[in-house]
Design a protein around this ligand. Sequence first.
Ligand SMILES: [Zn+2]
Length: 396
Amino acid sequence: MTSHIHYWNYPTEIYAGEDALGLLPSVCKQQHLRHLFLVSDQGLGKLGISARAKALLEAADIQVTLFEDVQSNPTTDNVYAGVAAFQAGRFDGVVALGGGSVIDAAKAIALVSRQATALSDFDWNVAFEKYPSLGSFPRLGVPPLIIIPTTAGTGSELSREAVITHSAEQTKHVVTHAELLARVVLLDPALTTGLPAHLTAATGLDALTHHIEALVSPLYHPMSAGIALEGIRLISQFLPLAVKEPDNMAARTQMLVASAMAAVAFQKGLGGVHAIAHALGARYHKHHGLLNAILLPYLLKANAAAIEEPLRLVARVVGLPGERVDDVIDWVVQLRQALGIPHTLAEIGMTGEESDLIGAAAVADLSSADTNPIALTADDYARIFLNAVHGRLTES
Ligand SMILES: [Zn+2]
């Protein structure tokens, strides 16, 4: 191992540093993996990134088959096509190389390859009561996952969840299983330097949303709360730099680290931003990070009465002059603006129609709505959605 790559084991094995991708063959050998199913997408194919990973593995005598038929906001159809390709070969592991969509698809393919009905059996809305601890999940022998994110936002590389859109129903479902945690994660900042500024901004603000929603969640989890605060501090410092200087390797590294940390933070829960964003993403196919980035201040406003204490801590780590909820909201709005993110959902083409349907879908998304600081109703969610469409930030 070269000296500039740090090694951690929390909550799984993580290697972070420039050229960490180069460790892929040795990591696979350590895990006794010889026939790999490499999940990526066509965008990374065009950049030559998946071909580079494949060449690295083949040079080390590891067989690899590339599957790059993953769309953004991956669907159940996507997953089942991947499972068919996986089962057509004799693979002993899955490598995910991509953004959140690729990682979630790869995790779902690995899970469904062992249990055909896994997407419904382990849907969060069922699983969170049926399997209250990691030990209570049935052992499925899910093939080992090696995960290499190419965006700094999703955090999926360090979570036990995958978000999959139901092809027919156009709703997003969070699937969870103890065995969905990666064996090894490689965080290589060089893989993120090609990301255009608008995607660096949107994915980075997804990570910020993860940390803030986790911090204000009512669940008691001091370790995750501490991680959330440090994640917020890193993002406040390095996201503007990563957008402004795309090749700044220190900024890209810190954003990848902050993004991965967020998945550890959101073991404490997510909240209403994600509840609405999941509903909108499934129905209108908008970018998850962009939706969160636009929605975040509106939900902070709606939750204001219940989040004064945690937001005081946010104000301190960011270094704001004031410590009120509105001071933090102002900071988020200014950060968003500086990064070129719109202030309203109308600016990305939403009219507010189907607000009842969006409200109902948001409240039904227990993976996120359950840990919102205030128990919001479907009507509340519909109203907040409309506030975000029309830019009404003064109303809660
Ligand atoms: Zn998210």
